[in-house]
Design a protein around this ligand. Structure first.
Ligand code: CAO
Length: 468
């Protein structure tokens, strides 16, 4: 049997008669040095009291609700061999460096963590080569706008004192300059773990990068700086990082929105007959046949319009002399936006002009399924000459899609609805499909856009025109 040692409440600063709010150990539990034994809640802070050494808990001397002060016995532990060394090391370090003793008890047992902490902190580093926590905190403090003060107010213990976190996590947060009050813990009883602090810092760093991009852009365009709001001041917040797809798509959308002078042309197509044909085909086709979707007919109709108006199937390009040319594509690869759980992806059906509606519908279904399962290959998302974004299955009457550079136009489609259309001296119910065509005004004039959507509407109304 190993040596029995009593663990006492260490120096907890000026606190006296602090209530025990949680006991983490049970008689017989194996405890490692630094594992929290009990949690105390003073009027200023939630403090975890960690085990000073590893061992087996023999007897617990406190329970929830007890009031304790420095020197109160917490438990009797049987030291393991490893623990004997640790206990001696703790004693020695106290003897050798009394002047280094931290001001409050939370820090007494923290030094063993420092190497591990430095490692995790270096993983959080941006591109720089420095590895210390100080450099990150310093960088963070320089980068985070000063109005966001509560994020970097962690050194002020009164700010984050109510947060439920252990001493090593508190110190980790302090070193990084993080206000624990802004973090929702993922541990038991929302205890803040080191990983929560790391995730928070990571999210903040990417926000800072975005902010500095915005600041650069704002300065270049002589815009007002982006508003800096400490949202947590106004109510509870949750920080969520964006999916990889959203980050990539977002950067592309941002560039395209800023760099392309967009105009959106709205129109409507009477698809009553087309829908009747589609429904009939779907019922008369064999059971295992592919379902013909509106989008597959739309792609076919689109090819007729792109052939009639080639500048919509084109890209701007600079030649070696820096002159801008229009590259008109004689291929028809159509991208279509797919809504997935992780964000928007755009698979591409190649050579749509050479395929029938059934083949297009089959490929549409397969690519949309791959997109949702995250199985699209990069080659299946490349080479589009024009893109369609269909929200028809979702709803809405119109929208302004963002052009997928280097294309020069994108067709948005909303939900078809029956409308009263005036024909031969009377109103008749017709199924009307809303079209929203965004185009690059450097390449396409408004009149050309109106002609394009009118033509597309005509083809959708009478698909025989697609054969001509
Ligand atoms: N009007 C009315 N109904 C429509 C319609 C339209 N324009 N388009 C589709 N529908 C109907 C379909 O007929 C289908 O109904 P049934 O099952 O009764 O036949 C239902 O809506 C669902 O269709 P769907 O959306 O699953 O299939 P689809 O071929 O029309 O579209 C796809 C496939 C991949 C484009 C679609 O699933 C999708 O992801 N759309 C979202 C695209 C998007 O997010 N765009 C926004 C980009 S900008 O942020």
């Amino acid at each position: 049997m190993g040596e029995l040692k009593t663990v006492f409440i260490p120096d907890i600063g000026d606190f006296e008669d602090v209530p025990v709010i949680e006991v983490f150990i049970k008689a017989g539990s194996q405890v490692n040095a630094e594992d929290p034994l009990i949690a105390l809640e003073s009027d200023k802070a939630t403090i975890d009291i960690p085990a000073p050494f590893s061992g087996v808990v023999k007897e617990i001397k406190v329970k929830s609700g007890d009031k304790v002060s420095e020197g109160t016995a917490i438990a009797i532990m049987e030291l393991t061999e490893k623990a004997t060394d640790e206990a001696e090391a703790v004693e020695e370090s106290k003897d050798v460096e009394p002047s280094n003793k931290p001001e409050n008890s939370e820090e007494v047992v923290l030094d063993k963590d420092s190497e591990e902490q430095a490692q995790s902190q270096s993983q959080l580093q941006p591109a720089k080569n420095t590895t210390t926590a100080e450099s990150i905190a310093e960088a963070e403090q320089k980068k985070i706008p000063q109005t966001d003060s509560s994020v970097i107010a962690a050194c002020d213990e009164t700010v984050s004192s109510k947060a439920h976190a252990g001493p090593s996590v508190r110190r980790f947060a302090r070193e990084l300059g993080v206000n624990l009050d802004l973090i929702t813990g993922s541990g038991p009883k929302q205890r803040i773990l080191k990983e929560d602090v790391q995730a928070f810092v990571k999210a903040k760093l990417s926000q800072v990068q975005m902010d500095s991009k915005n600041t650069g852009m704002a300065a270049a365009l002589d815009l007002l700086p982006w508003p800096q709001v400490d949202f947590a001041k106004h109510g509870p917040v949750e920080i969520k990082s964006l999916s990889r797809i959203k980050q990539i798509a977002g950067a592309n959308l941002y560039r395209n929105w800023i760099m392309i002078p967009h105009v959106t042309q709205f129109d409507e197509a009477d698809i009553t007959d087309l829908e009747a044909l589609r429904k009939e085909s779907n019922t008369t086709e064999k059971k295992d046949a592919v379902k013909l979707t509106l989008l597959s007919f739309l792609m076919k109709a689109l090819i007729a319009s792109l052939k009639k108006f080639p500048e919509f199937n084109a890209s701007l390009d600079k030649n070696a002399n820096g002159e801008t040319n229009l590259v008109i594509k004689r291929y028809y690869h159509i991208g279509f936006a797919v809504d997935t759980a992780n964000g928007l992806v755009v698979p591409v059906i190649r050579d749509v002009d050479q395929k029938g509606v059934v083949a297009i519908a089959r490929e549409l279904g397969e690519l949309a399924a791959f997109a949702r399962e995250g199985k699209l290959k990069p080659t299946q998302m490349q080479g589009a000459s024009f893109t369609i974004s269909s929200l028809g299955g979702v709803g809405g009457t119109a929208f302004t899609p963002i052009i997928n550079a280097p294309e020069v136009a994108i067709l948005g489609v909303s939900k078809a609805v029956y409308k009263p259309i005036y024909r031969e001296n009377q109103f008749v119910p017709r199924l009307v499909l809303p079209l929203s065509l965004s185009y690059d005004h450097r390449v396409i004039d408004g009149a050309a856009a109106a002609r394009f959507t009118s033509h597309l509407a005509e083809v959708l109304t009478d698909m025989r025109l697609a054969l001509l």
